[in-house]
Ligand binder design. Structure first.
Ligand code: SF4
Length: 424
């Protein structure tokens, strides 16, 4: 199991900042959630800006029936001249008549729907009553006010929790959306240890929704699920605290925490994990030559910053200068903070100008930040990595550990190549 450093960051002071922020809004989560939940539909109740964000982030789907759309609030809605609830009922009725494959419909709130105080909770209740039992209608907010983009998934999963069936026996629930191939790898490892009965939130289909109750233990595969965890805890579930499953060390510690909870013995655990661990270590070693000894600076964006800083410092030999996170949920990232060697500034929230000054002064070898900051920093000679890629790319568990290291190594290699070409 991972050996904690002499002094970790668990008790390190946190620089709290409350200034201007540069992040995407929670609607972004729809891009990976609609792929994951195969019979769900996301209807954003928003403006043309919201529609453009989704279209440009997700790409226009030409050949497939999309599983998301935007119900545009027109000026008459915004001015309170039309009854937006009636409009919404009509839109939903048309959509469900055309798409009988939809089993879960999410009404997703936005800045405009919040500004006009459109009560989507009431709409979801009313529409659920009309379209049940075939379709369950839920609502959550993806609004960009005071949020960051991974909170969309958190809000979506948290909205599902009250409607989950009641579990009457001990059960294991894994919360957090993973690409199917990665989820299958995880389930395969757990099965090989004898843990057969594992439920996932979100489930791929509405018929497979997990049950939850006082005998449910829950493990998170994403660090940004604070609301979801709170909602599951209210249903009686107990959280299995562990580092997040990134890299060899994080994956092993996460799996061991789950295995121990489910009564798996140490020999079985070692037998099942030995080969994939060795593969992960080899793959990380192949990429970490480029990263070793380099410095990294995290701007707050995806909420993955703390577990990733732990991976980069402990498994890839990097030095963290600053690890900024939009929010620090200690109940979730505490084990990662304990393993992160002392040294970096740990910051929560953002005051973007001050943070840019700190990054410019430190001139890190690699800066992990949002799209809006990357180009200006590149033009100043800093090498950047887009944080959003870390959410769109499969990076969890052993088989992706090498790819995860590679994601950070690639911009450094590109920079070196350009330098060599310029010198020729
Ligand atoms: S929800 Fe708000 S921040 Fe997000 S695209 Fe719509 S208007 Fe912009």
């Amino acid at each position: 199991m991972p050996k904690p450093p002499a002094t970790g960051c668990g008790a390190a002071p946190v620089l709290k900042e409350r200034g201007q922020r540069e992040v995407f809004c929670g609607l972004t989560g729809i891009i990976w959630l609609h792929r994951k939940m195969q019979d769900a539909f996301f209807l954003v109740v928003g403006s043309r800006t919201c529609a453009h964000l989704l279209q440009s982030a997700a790409g226009v789907m030409i050949f497939a029936e999309p599983r998301f759309a935007t119900a545009i609030l027109e000026e008459t809605d915004l001015a309170g001249l039309a009854d937006a609830q009636d409009e919404l009922d009509n839109q939903v009725a048309q959509l469900l008549a055309r798409r009988p494959d939809i089993r879960q419909l999410f009404l997703v709130g936005s800045c405009p729907s919040e500004v006009i105080k459109l009560d989507l909770g009431r709409a979801a209740e009313r529409l659920s009553a009309v379209h049940a039992p075939h379709v369950r209608v839920l609502n959550y907010s993806g609004s960009g006010i005071e949020t960051t983009f991974t909170e969309g998934e958190d809000a979506c999963l948290a909205a599902m929790v009250p409607a989950l069936p009641e579990a009457n026996a001990k059960s294991l629930l894994i919360a957090g959306a993973l690409p199917d191939v990665v989820e299958d790898q995880m389930l395969g490892l757990l099965r090989a240890m004898g843990i057969e009965d594992v439920a996932c939130l979100p489930a791929r289909r509405a018929d497979d929704l997990p049950a939850v109750g006082p005998d449910t233990v829950v493990a998170l595969v994403q660090p940004f699920l604070g609301e979801t965890l709170a909602a599951l805890t209210r249903r009686g579930a107990r959280h299995i605290e562990a580092p997040l499953p990134f890299g060899d060390e994080g994956t092993t510690a996460w799996l061991w925490a789950v295995a121990r909870e489910m009564g798996v013995d140490a020999n079985t655990f070692a037998r099942v994990t030995e080969a994939p661990r060795a593969r992960a270590r080899r793959a990380i070693a192949a990429a970490s030559g480029t990263l070793n000894g380099k410095s990294v600076f995290f701007f707050p964006d995806s909420q993955l910053e703390i577990p990733l800083a732990r991976f980069l410092t402990r498994e890839c030999g990097m030095d963290a200068v600053e690890v900024g996170a939009p929010f620090i949920h200690r109940a979730i990232v505490g084990p990662d903070l304990d393993l992160l060697p002392e040294g970096p500034t740990i910051s929560e929230g953002q005051d973007v100008d001050k943070q840019l000054d700190r990054a410019r002064a430190a001139r890190p070898d690699l800066t992990v930040c949002g799209l809006g900051l990357a180009n200006p920093l590149e033009s100043e000679g800093l090498t950047t990595k887009w944080a959003i890629e870390l959410v769109f790319t499969p990076v969890h568990f052993y088989e992706q550990a090498g790819d995860l290291a590679g994601l950070f190594a690639r911009p450094l290699r590109r920079k070196e190549k350009l330098r060599l070409e310029a010198a020729e």
